[in-house]
Design a protein around this ligand. Structure first.
Ligand code: LLP
Length: 415
């Protein structure tokens, strides 16, 4: 489904005009479609229905309480990487027993809290982390369910910053080391083997790297079973990409499931997946307003009120996001670099975009539902944007725009 469509040359989010949302809540604002999030979650559910599957939505993609609460009500589990994300999940009504805890540098206090909350399992990424979890679980007398995240050493063919499954990356354990550690976990009184885990990267548009990693993971599963260490689940991580440009061909959840099928066939294992972007990415956009149009000898800039602090993907990964005028006008189209107010030349949301706009026009930066607000910062002492969730003809504010008071509420000027 496309939750954002033009009617009479006005962009709508479901049944609400984006111009109305901007007028009501100001700019920059993130706007999400509830129906689009539900639709994508259900697409995963349907695609994986042949197995006992647990969809652990990856909280880092979009961790707003309203979004988490929506997914919790749909029955989602959650993939978290910090104590903060755990608290968000719990506050949003998520079930701790459906939480997997990933991440390479879990702190002792985060481990304690997760054990007390009763999470489903820890995805362990190193020997010292295993030692720490075993020690804490022993001290607390709460056995820890653990799954080892293996690094299958495959090239995910994505941006190097978000590729995680190669030997040189900090993530996961080599398969040989994992073999040794499973034996040790099986013999531990404080640890319980629950599964095996892998995640090779994000924004994968091709299923081939997934297949290569599944091969290695399931080989390990067989090896463990042969040695009398049966697993309860296999966790295949997240990473399914979405089309950001018309040229991107992203596999649908059903195609992803077909790639898993040959490996899961005939097994009793539960399946865990950790999709983030593919659930929320397409369901959100960032609304901003043109402040000035500036022409130089080299070209034209549309200077807008959203910057790299609000939406970091274009600056950090040179990511391409479609940018369109909220009100489509029929006048002359001009090529603009759409740039924000932050004092860095990297603060460009999109280069060479053909637009018919004037100062005051509203723009929509599309496919910004994932890794948008969650990566926003206060750089340049800018307040982070508001967030709005649209449900049919209702647009609800789910996060107020940050205020000046919030900006320095926790700062201290020493006497
Ligand atoms: N599981 C683990 C262990 C992860 O590290 C990630 C993402 C996911 C699941 C979810 O991946 P997804 O389905 O969303 O691709 N900020 C970057 C993306 C970083 C992804 C980090 N890990 C971006 O804006 O492209």
């Amino acid at each position: 489904m496309n939750p954002f469509e033009y009617r009479d040359n006005q962009l709508y989010a479901e049944q609400v005009s984006c111009a109305e949302i901007a007028n009501a809540y100001g700019t920059p604002s993130y706007v999400y479609s509830k129906a689009a999030i539900e639709d994508r979650y259900r697409a995963f559910e349907d695609a994986l229905q042949d197995w006992q599957a647990r969809i652990c939505y990856s909280v880092k993609a979009n961790s707003s309480l309203a979004v988490l609460s929506l997914l919790a009500r749909l029955g989602a589990g959650f993939d978290i990487v910090s104590g903060g994300e755990l608290e968000r999940v719990l506050r949003a009504g998520g079930d701790a027993r459906k939480v997997v805890f990933s991440g390479v540098a879990k702190r002792a206090d985060e481990i304690r809290r997760a054990l007390l909350a009763g999470i489903y399992c820890f995805n362990i990424e190193s020997l010292p982390e295993l030692d720490r979890i075993e020690h804490i679980a022993g001290e607390m007398d709460i056995p820890a369910n653990v799954s080892l995240r293996v690094n299958p050493d495959v090239d995910a063919d994505t941006h190097p910053y978000i590729s995680t499954g190669q030997k040189e990356n900090k993530f996961g354990l080599g398969i040989d080391q994992a073999r040794e550690l499973y034996q040790r976990i099986a013999d531990s009184r404080s640890l319980r083997v629950t599964g095996v885990d892998c995640h090779i990267g994000s924004q994968l548009l091709d299923l081939a790297p997934f297949r290569s990693s599944f091969e290695k993971v399931f080989e390990l599963v067989d090896w463990l079973e042969d040695r009398g260490i049966p697993l309860r689940h296999v966790d295949l991580g997240g990473g399914l990409g979405i089309p950001y440009t018309r040229a991107d061909l992203a596999p649908a959840p059903v195609q992803y499931a077909r790639a898993i099928e040959p490996f899961m066939h005939g097994r009793q294992l539960e399946l865990v997946v950790e999709p983030g972007r593919s659930i929320v990415g397409h369901a959100g956009l960032l609304l901003c307003r043109v402040e000035y149009l500036k022409s130089t000898d080299e070209g034209n800039f549309a200077l807008v009120d959203a910057g790299m602090n609000d939406f970091m993907r274009p600056s950090l990964y040179s990511a391409w996001h479609e940018i369109s005028a909220v009100h489509r006008e029929s006048g002359e189209q001009v090529l603009y670099d759409v740039a924000g107010p932050v004092c860095e030349s990297a603060d460009v949301l999109g280069r060479q975009r053909s637009l018919c706009i004037r100062p005051g026009s509203l723009l929509a930066v599309h496919d910004a539902g994932a890794y948008g607000f969650t990566m926003a910062s206060n750089y340049n002492s800018r307040m982070r944007p508001a967030e709005v969730l649209v449900d049919g003809d209702l647009a609800r504010l789910i996060r107020k725009r940050e205020s000046i008071d919030q900006l320095f509420a926790d700062e201290i000027i020493p006497d």
